[in-house]
Write a protein that binds this ligand. Structure first.
Ligand code: ATP
Ligand code: MG
Length: 564
């Protein structure tokens, strides 16, 4: 170190090998200095010249070698205080943060540790210090602090935004937050609608701007909408696109509100003091608009859904009213029709009896047609009233029904009709008692409907077979026929009320399309299930299962079937 302070005889040789130490000090990254008790640099290492930008000669120049030359007045005073205290108590100064002026005009933040240089008698002769450049670290810390601050602000805005489901409240929260964060003088949010871009919120424009339409292609706003990207203009006087609504503005930020890949609006902020719109603020505003757009979009979606729901509810109430009206009308018609129909039927019978023998073939045909029509009307009225009765019943059927006997009785009733139609009619019903819980009249009606169909849709010469099979916990009742069968495309709607299959073979067969619907309703009311199989030209099988009555109905599944 003799090269630096060799001229100062007051400082003794501090280390044995000055040259080695001097070389070592020049190779380290930290700055190092030695100063006399007046604060004048006596030695500086290489790293200190790099940190400050001043050469060794400049730093050691007697005109400028006092440390205060490189510090602002308050820092110099603070350091002086530390050094005075150190000289008095002999305790080293550890890790003090010092802003140091450097040649490039930049202030570097240094971490400084200083200790006393003592002579052989322990008296202070000067001091030495190490300086570490903390500028980068300070910048990183500052950036981190800013990010944390931004995140917590964003979190606050987020929780504010999520408190509201009303688009108007969300717009207010969003614009107020953007204004507060950017310290803008003017701010507005405009939303894109079919009729154009309308201002929905504004602050600082004097008078109300609400509802004013903006030109979609004009200004920096137009540019943001065209590109779908946020725009940052630090000096509006240099941007030819800028359109001034209020004079005296210096900087402008425009951020599009984008939700589900669609621009739904735009946020515009302007300030008279450009410095307020820093890069951090710009970045932050973009984060804010992303959240604002999502909240707004969700709120609008919710509102639309609620509107649609209430429209649907109104429609449903209307349809329900109509449905009740229709049901009442059908019931009244079906009920009131029965009296006049019976009167017509008995007079037709009387007339036919009186005229018996005097009717020619054509007149007989007219009477037959009247009778067929009356039968049809009677059947329609019966079906409608049955359906109505079943729908109206709330409580479950609870009688214990001897199901095997019931099936046999219904089969018996249909034998004459089968014979009349020329259809071979057979059945297989177990003689072992089988009990179900239900209502006998309804279950008879269900089997009758299946049998009516089987006979109706099986041409003469065909076969109809009724089978009852008892299983461990349920009983099956199936009606098989070798009739016309049903095309697959028609099968899905068979159980819908009034649905009739239209095929060439069955077109002339009359019916109302209520039979199968009734069967399904009856079976399901008894906790059973209907099933079927059908093939056009081959035949059909319609059947249902019913749960067996709890104890009495348990039967041995191997019970012998009785064929008749
Ligand atoms: P109704 O109300 O008088 O019974 P329908 O017999 O026409 O009238 P459903 O019993 O509900 O009405 O039957 C619906 C349709 O299913 C019938 O129109 C018929 O085309 C078809 N269908 C039902 N059973 C059979 C069957 N066994 N074979 C062929 N087609 C059938
Ligand atoms: Mg039928």
């Amino acid at each position: 170190m003799s090269s630096n302070h060799g001229e100062n005889p007051a400082l003794p040789a501090l280390l044995d090998s000055e040259q080695t130490v001097s070389q070592f000090l020049d190779e380290i990254d930290d700055g190092y200095f030695e100063a006399d008790l007046h604060g004048r640099f006596m030695f500086v290492n290489e790293a200190l010249t790099r940190m400050t930008g001043f050469s060794r000669a400049e730093l050691l120049d007697p005109q400028s070698n006092h440390f205060s030359t490189y510090l602002d007045a308050s820092t110099a005073a603070r350091l002086k205080e530390f050094i005075t205290a150190m000289c008095q108590n002999g305790r080293a100064i550890r890790s003090v943060d010092l802003p140091l002026w450097c040649r490039d005009g930049v202030t570097r933040h240094l971490d400084v540790s200083i200790s006393l240089i003592r002579d052989a008698y322990g008296h202070g002769q000067g001091y030495r210090g190490f300086l570490r450049d903390m500028t980068e670290q300070r910048q990183l810390e500052k950036a981190l602090r800013t990010s944390i601050q931004q995140l917590s602000m964003l979190q606050q805005v987020d929780s504010e935004l999520s408190r509201y489901l009303d688009p108007n409240a969300i717009l207010s929260v969003g614009l107020n937050a953007a204004m507060a964060i950017s310290r803008a003088d003017l701010g507005l949010i405009a939303m894109l609608e079919e009729s154009g871009l309308h201002i929905v919120r504004s602050i600082g424009f004097g008078g109300s701007d609400q509802g004013r339409t903006l030109n979609l292609n004009e200004g920096i706003i137009g540019r943001a909408l065209r590109t779908g990207r946020a725009q940052f203009c630090a000096d509006v006087s240099r941007d030819p696109d800028y359109v001034a609504d209020v004079g005296g503005m210096e900087a402008n930020i425009v951020a599009p509100l984008t939700a589900r890949d669609r621009v739904i609006g735009v946020l515009n902020l302007e300030t008279t003091r450009g410095v307020r719109f820093s890069a951090e603020v710009y970045e932050f505003i973009q984060l804010l608009t992303a959240r604002l757009a999502i909240s707004l979009d969700n709120a609008v979606l919710l509102r639309t859904t609620q509107e649609q729901l209430s429209a649907l509810q109104k429609l449903y109430a209307h349809v329900t009213d109509l449905e009740h009206l229709k049901t009442d009308m059908i019931r009244i018609a079906a009920h009131d029709m029965r009296g006049p129909l019976s009167v017509i039927a008995s007079y037709v019978d009387l007339l036919r009896g009186d005229l018996n023998g005097s009717l020619d073939e054509a007149q007989q045909g007219y009477f037959d047609a009247i009778t067929r029509g009356l039968d049809r009307l009677m059947r329609l009225s019966t079906d409608v009233l049955s359906l109505e009765r079943i729908h109206a019943r709330r409580e479950k059927p609870s009688e214990s029904v001897r199901f095997d006997q019931l099936v046999r009785d219904v089969v018996e009733q249909f034998k004459p009709e089968a014979e009349q139609r020329g259809v071979l009619f057979r059945s297989s019903v177990s003689r072992t008692p089988v009990f179900v819980v239900g209502e006998a009249s309804e279950l008879s009606e269900a089997i009758s409907n299946l049998l009516t169909n089987a006979l109706k849709y099986t041409p003469g010469g065909g076969k109809v077979f009724v089978q009852m099979i008892a299983e461990v916990d349920k009983v099956r009742c199936e009606v098989h026929d070798t009739g016309f069968g049903i095309p697959e495309s028609e099968q899905a709607r068979l159980f819908q009320p009034f649905y009739r299959v239209k095929t060439h073979d069955t077109a002339a067969i009359s019916g109302t399309g209520l039979g199968l619907h009734l069967v399904k309703n009856i079976v399901e009311r008894h906790d059973g299930a209907v099933y079927f199989e059908s093939q056009p030209g081959t035949g059909s099988m319609f059947g249902f299962t019913l749960p067996l009555a709890p104890v009495a109905g348990r039967v041995d599944s191997s019970a012998q079937a009785c064929a008749s």
